[in-house]
Ligand binder design. Structure first.
Ligand code: C5P
Length: 226
C-alpha cells in the first residue's frame, strides 16, 4: 500500500483526563471510523504485569508481556483472555503503573505493531500521547487536546464520584501533576505537541463543542487535499 492509499488517521494526543478519550470516541462514531484507545494498551500491560508480580522497572519482562498478552476489543469491551477488564484497567493505581512502565522504549516498541493494526478502512481515530509524533506521523489531522490541571482534576473527581468511588481533590491534583511530569519528561516518546498539530484547549468547552471543532478541522483538511 502506498502512503497516500493508507486509510486516513486522526491523531488526538493530550495529557491525562483532558477528555481526549471521550472526544476521540465520538469523532470516530460520527465518521464511522475505527477507534484506538492506545492508553488502554499501556493499562493492559500494567494490569497483566501486576498480576504476575512484575516490577515496573523490569523492562524486558514487561515488553514480553506487552508482546504476548491475549487482548481483544469486543463491542466496546476490553478483554484480557476471556475476562472483561474494561473497568479494572480504569483504576487510578493502574493508570499510575501504566505511566511508570510506559517510560521504557522496549515496552513502547512491543506495542507498535498492535497499534498500526488498527489502521483500517474507512479510517481511524487514535488517542494517546505519541499518536501524532511516533505511531502515525502521517496522520491527516493532528490534534493536541488539553485543559488546565484544575479543570482536568475536577472532571476526574466528578467521574469517580459518579461511579461511587471516593475521591479527594488534592490527591487527584497531585497525581495528575506527577503523571504529566513523568509523561512529558521521559526520554522515549514524551508527551508533546507534535509538529503540525493543532492545540485545542477544552477547559471552557463542552464535549459537543470539542467534537464539532475536531470534525470541522477534519472536513477542512479533507477538502483541502482534494
Ligand atoms: O491515556 P491513559 O491515561 O489511559 O494512559 C495511561 C498511561 O499510559 C499514560 O499516563 C501514559 O503514561 C501511557 N501512555 C503512553 N502513550 C500512549 C498512551 C498512553 O505512554 N500513546
Amino acid at each position: 500500500m502506498t502512503e497516500s492509499s493508507k486509510p486516513p488517521v486522526i491523531a488526538i494526543d493530550g495529557p491525562t483526563a483532558s477528555g481526549k478519550g471521550t472526544v476521540a470516541a465520538l469523532v470516530a462514531k460520527a465518521l464511522g471510523f475505527h477507534y484506538l484507545d492506545s492508553g488502554a494498551l499501556y493499562r493492559l500491560v500494567a494490569l497483566a504485569s501486576e498480576r504476575e508480580g512484575v516490577s515496573t522497572e523490569n523492562a524486558s519482562f514487561l515488553s514480553k508481556i506487552a508482546a504476548s498478552m491475549p487482548i481483544s476489543f469486543q463491542d466496546g469491551q476490553i478483554m484480557l483472555g476471556d475476562e472483561d477488564v474494561s473497568e479494572l484497567i480504569r483504576a487510578e493505581k493502574i493508570g499510575r503503573r501504566a505511566s511508570e512502565l510506559a517510560v521504557h522504549p522496549e515496552v513502547r516498541q512491543a506495542l507498535v505493531r498492535l497499534q498500526h493494526g488498527f489502521r483500517q478502512n474507512p479510517g481511524l481515530v487514535a488517542d494517546g500521547r505519541d499518536m501524532a509524533s511516533v505511531i502515525f506521523p502521517d496522520a491527516g489531522l493532528k490534534v493536541f487536546l488539553t485543559a488546565s490541571v484544575a479543570a482536568r482534576a475536577e472532571r476526574r473527581y466528578k467521574q469517580l464520584i459518579a461511579k461511587g468511588i471516593s475521591a479527594n481533590m488534592s490527591d487527584l491534583l497531585q497525581d495528575l501533576t506527577a503523571r504529566d511530569a513523568r509523561d512529558s519528561s521521559r526520554g522515549s516518546a514524551p508527551l508533546m505537541v507534535a509538529e503540525g498539530a493543532i492545540v485545542l484547549d477544552t477547559s471552557e468547552l463542552s464535549i459537543d463543542q470539542a467534537v464539532s471543532q475536531v470534525l470541522s478541522w477534519y472536513r477542512s483538511s479533507v477538502s483541502s487535499q482534494s
